[in-house]
Design a protein. Structure first.
Length: 335
């Protein structure tokens, strides 16, 4: 099974971190968000992953992530010369699809959706596209919605892009399995959004729209500063679907007079000076420096950030995206 990761967006919602630090490289628990996405695909047994990225960022991605995952899965970098939307970029990857379906996931959502079961469900119902969805409360959900088809379990009668809904509904997780025949429904040229233009046109004659109920799963969009902070807090608190070390990373130095509370992740090479107080859930990035007497509560300190002595910061992201990018490059070069 092949997979495609959609990482071609501009990350405008995550400013001011972007564009200096592309959104998929923003840190979650001291690793790029994209690294967690690739791990998730590895657990699903993916044999090759293509990652669609803006051509201007191609070298940066290749240097930080590399050409294989830690599990050894090949990573193929697919540069996008111009923004053509999620539908347009899939249409451009017809050669990558070949003759079989491809698992498609976003680069800015960390989740625990069982992707292997999603693929199995897709084959079982014979769908053209299958969407992984979770039960949501319509009063709190602003995303896309699938309407189950009562006549055919496991499929959808309609896909609605960001509707105004109430009551219980099935909200899209952003994970899809797409058959190559669907690409023919996407215009060859111009901008096409898969969620708002392609999926609402399904089901169609000869094309079933699959609906995979993912059940109770972890799902965190890190597309805004607030959501990125929350994702890091959840990871530090053990809510996110990762097994994370509770001890400081390699080469980290924590002064004996510092108070480090529970649910605090400290990255490699970080320095925590005397009389510092760290209250979790919080993440201190690799090679960050926390000055003497600082009190940090529920923060994300970016890689390479410098926190002044005596600072008191709560519930914020601290650091410069340019310095964070440089530290990520340094860490990758050291691997």
């Amino acid at each position: 099974m092949k997979a495609l990761v959609l990482a071609g967006g501009q990350g405008s919602r995550l400013r001011p971190l972007t564009p200096t630090l592309p959104k998929p490289l923003a840190p979650v628990a001291n690793r790029p968000a994209l690294a967690w996405v690739l791990d998730h695909l590895d657990r699903a047994g993916v044999e090759e992953t293509g990652v669609i990225v803006p051509v201007a960022d191609l070298t940066l991605y290749k240097r930080i992530i590399g050409t294989t995952t830690p599990a050894g899965t090949p990573v193929r970098w697919l540069p996008e010369a111009a923004a053509v939307g999620t539908g347009g970029c899939l249409r451009q990857q017809a050669a990558f699809f070949g003759r079989g379906p491809v698992l498609v996931v976003p680069a800015d959502i960390v989740s625990s959706v069982d992707l292997a079961r999603l693929v199995a469900h897709h084959h079982a119902v014979g769908a053209a596209v299958t969407v992984a969805a979770v039960a949501r409360n319509g009063a709190q959900w602003a995303g896309d919605v699938l309407v189950p088809d009562p006549a055919r379990p496991g499929t959808a009668a309609a896909y609605r892009f960001k509707p105004v809904s109430t009551g219980r509904l099935m909200g899209s997780t952003g994970a899809w399995v797409v058959e190559p025949d669907v690409l023919d429904r996407i215009p060859v040229h111009g901008f096409t959004d898969f969620s708002s233009q392609t999926l609402p046109a399904l089901p169609a004659p000869g094309m079933c729209l699959g609906l995979f109920d993912a059940g109770e799963v972890y799902l965190r969009d890190i597309g805004t500063p607030a959501k990125l902070l929350t994702g890091n807090q959840e990871a530090a608190a053990g809510v996110a679907p990762q097994n994370l070390p509770s001890t400081p990373g390699r080469g980290a130095r924590v002064d004996s007079s510092a108070h480090v509370g529970e649910q605090v992740l400290i990255g490699e090479g970080a320095e925590v000076a005397e009389a510092v107080r760290l209250t979790g859930p919080a993440v201190i990035g690799p090679h960050a420096h926390v000055g003497a007497g600082a009190h940090l509560d529920g923060v994300l300190v970016l890689p390479g950030a410098h926190v002044d002595a005596g600072s008191q910061v709560a519930g914020e992201i601290v650091g410069a995206p340019g310095r964070a990018r440089d530290v990520l490059l340094r860490l990758a070069a050291e691997r």
